[in-house]
Design a protein around this ligand. Structure first.
Ligand code: GLC
Length: 417
């Protein structure tokens, strides 16, 4: 059974390989997505290490001059995809979007490298300056009070999370005009963001495009700027891994050490003392968003906060059969099948579990792995799952679900990086 599922996962990954980059799933997502691609690289590293490095190299080949690594790279023309390159207004070859995505790259590259240092050495040497430039971009343009800010919900990777509700109310979506969405023609609309949310997403893209993605203008006048614990924790972790990689290469890593110190301090600003959990902060108003979402449980992965989040995690692990839900089931906005407002996402669990295991919570990490594996084995390699019933949702034959199966969830993956 395990061998069959492992093979199926490898087949999904090779089936989604478009030559140099891997699509998240065919149809719904026809391009290269930033963090999906890094999970793909991690998955490939279990059976084709050379291909893993190619994935990372293709992603970083589209890095902007200012260091930003875009969230989508439009390698080929798919006229019916929306919002495509023309909406983003950055029509180089290949065209890209104008925002970034969670910077898991340094961490996953470290894990891939450490699995085979000899093979990875030359690749690491070439990628290191690019990773450093991307991290510099985050520190220069996305860091406030030691927290990482997103300027579009899509930048967080958690598109329609409840974290953004209050801040999105400040975004006027009324002028975006007519358009046809692509996502709802592939999957059930009840599992996707609403039209009203989508109008506001587009208004934010228009804002960035109209100022030519000038980061100073975005910082000063974007209608949406929210510090996200998911991003802050992923970035802090990535800085630690980048420093380790730099040390391995004999580089001076003091600049990175300074970032780590600032980010460790910033983590405390995410703590919502009234609600007792890490929370998003609207930078424009200074208010917490009051949403306990999966990003908060990356605190162990980031190496911060001790066990302050343990009671919340234990409660949630009891409340649903397939944790970790993207939103607290006790939140009135919890919506079990809807995208980032309830569902469980396997790749998020892989990171949360890694942090838990490193912090000495091996039993919880193993429980999370077992339940994630059960859900995938019963339902297939879907994009995400209803955390109460396990019902699969979103796209099928999904790259990152296959990748985290191979690297972490599969019984055969035990002990693997
Ligand atoms: C959705 C997800 C995002 C992911 C993308 C491709 O937009 O919210 O995290 O990168 O799909 O899978």
């Amino acid at each position: 059974m395990t061998e069959q599922l492992d093979q199926q996962a490898r087949d999904i990954m090779t089936g989604n390989d478009r030559g140099g980059y891997t699509v998240p799933t065919s149809g719904l997502y026809p391009y290269q997505w930033n963090w999906d691609s890094m999970f793909a690289a991690w998955g490939f590293s279990t059976f084709d290490r050379a291909r893993a490095w190619v994935e990372a190299e293709t992603l970083f080949a589209s890095q902007w001059e200012n260091g930003m690594v875009p969230h989508i790279i439009f390698h080929r023309e798919v006229p019916e995809y929306f919002p495509g390159p023309e909406v983003w207004g950055r029509e180089r070859s290949p065209a890209t979007s104008g925002i970034s995505q969670p910077p898991v790259a340094a961490t996953l590259i470290r894990w891939i490298y450490e699995a085979d240092r000899a093979e990875g050495a030359a690749h690491l040497r070439a990628l290191y300056p690019k990773l450093l430039a991307w991290h510099r971009w985050f520190m220069a343009h996305r860091c406030e009070r030691g927290m990482i800010v997103v300027t579009h919900p899509w930048e967080s990777g958690r598109d329609n999370a409840a974290d953004w509700d209050a801040a999105m109310a400040n975004v006027d979506g009324s002028g975006v005009g007519e358009y046809t969405r692509r996502d709802t023609s592939h999957v059930d609309g009840s599992m996707r963001p609403t039209k009203e949310q989508y109008d506001r997403y587009l208004a934010l893209v228009h804002f960035g495009r109209d100022c030519h993605w000038d980061e100073e203008v975005i910082r000063q006048s974007s209608p949406f700027r929210v510090a996200d614990p998911g991003m802050s924790f992923i970035f802090l972790r990535a800085c630690r891994d980048l420093a380790a990689l730099g040390a391995e290469l004999g580089e001076d890593t003091s600049e990175i050490a300074g970032w780590i110190a600032a980010l460790e301090e910033g983590a405390a600003s995410h703590w919502n003392p009234e609600r007792g959990h890490y929370d998003s902060v609207d930078i424009r108003t200074g208010r917490f968003s009051g949403a306990l979402s999966s990003g908060a449980f990356l605190c162990w992965y980031a190496g911060v906060g001790g066990d302050a989040m343990l009671p919340a995690l234990e409660r949630i692990m009891q409340a649903v059969r397939y944790p970790v839900p993207s939103l607290d089931p006790a939140d009135p906005r919890f919506d079990a099948p809807r995208y980032w407002r309830g569902p469980m996402w396997g790749m998020f669990n892989a990171l949360i579990a890694r942090g838990l295991a490193e912090a000495g919570h091996g039993a919880i990490a193993e429980d999370l792995r077992r339940r994630t594996a059960e859900c995938i084995a019963r339902n297939g390699f879907y994009e995400y799952f209803n955390p109460v019933t396990g019902a699969p949702a979103g796209g099928g034959l999904f790259t990152w679900t296959a990748a985290i199966w191979l690297t972490w969830a599969s019984p055969a993956a035990e002990g693997r990086v």
